[in-house]
Design a protein around this ligand. Sequence first.
Ligand code: 6PG
Length: 243
Amino acid sequence: MREISSEYGRVVVASQSELFAEALRLTLASQRAARPGRFLWALTGGSTPTAFYKWCVETQALPSDLVQGTHFTVSDERHVLLSSPESNFGNAERQLLAPLHVPTDRRLPWMVAWPVAEAAEAYRRSLLILAGPGRAYDLCFLGLGDDCHTASLFPQTPLLQDDGGLLFGGQEVPGKGWRLTITPTGLRACGQIVVMALGAGKSEALHRVHRGPTDVLNVPSQILKSCAERVVWLIDEPAASRL
Ligand code: 6PG
């Protein structure tokens, strides 16, 4: 395991299983720092979490107080039903929460049955009750897209330019449909952020984020610079090849 310096957070380079163990260590530290019984953990979408979920289930890595005492949600969501294979929360439920028997009242999906504006508003209200004013998640997992997006903050999208100071919102992403997502303000209101990016396919995007010129509108993950002291990047050697 080695570390690379970056203005965008601490970058840890290791094998997949070491990275998953590190993700769990960061999760347990976040749980300890959270208010008792109120730990709020946002999982994320994409293909990377699938391998992490599998590892968690197969190795039974999550202690039972974490499984039972955590409020689980996702950082962003497609405006599709949870039964869709496209649904981030649906996948988290199928691959992690259900196999671990997470209590249903600890599962907080986005309210995708409602129109996007109402869904975002309802989610903001739920989070306000759970997390308190001005606070987002205790722990937010994120991925990195090939176009350098993170959560559902895609290049040139409105929430990246102006989120109105709201922690969560909805927007239409050209070619990708409607998305519900944590906003830049929301990211700055998280206790800990963990970005996981695995495989050679991520090396170009990681290079653009960490070594390219600052251009948040076209390289959305650079938004994390504004909360870099709370960001850890977990990447493997192939992904790190251009850093
Ligand atoms: C989503 C995400 C998104 C994802 C990245 C990386 O809903 O797709 O939240 O930000 O994390 O696109 O996805 P991969 O892990 O599939 O590369």
